[in-house]
Design a protein around this ligand. Structure first.
Ligand SMILES: Cc1ncc(COP(=O)(O)O)c(C=O)c1O
Length: 349
């Protein structure tokens, strides 16, 4: 079987999830009558320390609804230049909310107030006003980078003083919590809304949550319907989501250890470029240009060896650890990477 480290979205539901799905009590969620969805939304709100939460099919839909909630047409959304909401969500800010991104370049994916303050705009004969600040925690394309708590607190406090809202794309915020050794509630306390995915590191087959003030979530429910996300007997999905939410945060420590092991071993492979110090969660980004191969070619050769890892921009590859790839699978993947790198270097020499 292939070792699939392309993403933590590739996990398959556990036996416990499948059983819970089969036995789930359901109703029509558009009428608010699915008891399992209602339970999931209550638990997600409690864990996030917010008044309410909404079950959405995808992280993209959760982020799309959040941008709509906090902005008006013709505004700007401040985000990191490599943010998921900008690069991987089909220009949803423009499509659904009539907003444009005001991307800010960062080295580590972390938006700090000093950088943001100069980018905030008021309406003027030339300028579109800032409507929202969006942050990503952990930051996917920066390599699973975790926001320091004080950065989030300062950013939200200053934004709120100016009447601006802050949304956190917390697709992997449980990984941030594990890395920092604090609760998700503490991480998201300063922000107005948070989206987090059940279907990534937590391993549910489908689903994400958007959490915030009750009024915002009630409005978000209407936007979800407009986006075609009004699901009916969604309790079969929520049942797996509940297991992901309650049981799987404790599995993340192992994923992080596997990622660290891979990063430290990769640092010793000739031709591979990585700083293992920067790897703190389940995402490992490494450069392969030193082997003389493009990331695409490296990925193709790995596939021949039974390992799936995708290339990203700039001669880099990204692997993501998850519960369906245990320590032995990670070690096998490492061997395959070493072989591909060594083969390429020998060929080049
Ligand atoms: C940081 C981040 N935000 C949002 C999403 C979107 O989630 P989905 O694929 O469920 O739409 C992803 C997906 O990989 C992500 O990594």
């Amino acid at each position: 079987m292939m070792i699939d480290l392309r993403s933590d979205t590739v996990t398959r539901p556990t036996a416990a999830m499948r059983k819970a799905m089969a036995e789930a009590e359901v109703g029509d969620d558009v009428y608010g009558e699915d008891p399992t969805v209602n339970r999931l939304e209550e638990r997600a709100a409690a864990i996030a320390g917010k008044e309410a939460a909404l079950f959405v099919p995808t992280g993209t839909m959760g982020n799309t609804i959040a941008v709509k909630l906090h902005t008006r047409h013709g505004q700007e959304v401040i985000c990191d230049a490599r943010g998921h909401i900008l690069d991987y969500e089909l220009a949803m800010m423009g499509w659904f909310s009539g907003c444009v991104a005001r991307p800010i370049r960062t080295d580590d994916g972390i938006l700090r107030w000093e950088q943001i303050r100069g980018e905030i705009r008021q309406l003027d004969p030339h300028w579109a006003p800032t409507g929202l600040i969006a942050i990503e925690n952990t930051h996917n394309m920066a390599g699973g980078v975790v926001y320091p708590l004080e950065v989030i607190r300062e950013l939200a406090e200053r934004a709120h003083e100016l009447g601006l809202k802050v949304h956190m794309d917390g697709a992997r915020v449980f990984n941030a919590a594990e890395a920092l050794g604090v609760s998700v509630r503490e991480i998201v306390a300063p922000v107005d809304t948070v989206m987090f995915c059940l279907s990534k590191a937590l391993g549910a087959p489908v689903g994400s949550m958007l959490a915030g003030r009750r009024e915002a979530i009630d409005q978000g429910r209407l936007y979800r319907k407009r986006l075609g996300g009004g699901m009916r007997q969604a309790g079969v999905l929520a049942a797996a989501g509940l297991i992901a939410l309650e049981e799987h945060p404790k599995l993340l420590k192992r994923d992080h250890e596997n990622a660290k092991l891979m990063a430290e071993s990769l640092a010793r492979v000739p031709g591979i470029e990585i700083d293992p110090e920067k790897v703190r969660t389940n995402i490992v980004i490494f450069g392969v240009s030193g082997t003389g191969l493009s990331a695409g070619e490296f990925s193709r050769r790995l596939k021949e060896q039974g390992v799936l890892i995708d290339g990203i921009r700039g001669g880099k590859m990204r692997l993501v650890t998850h519960y369906d790839a245990d320590r032995a699978a990670c070690e096998k993947a490492l061997e395959a990477i070493e072989q591909v790198a060594a083969g390429a270097m020998a060929g080049a020499g």
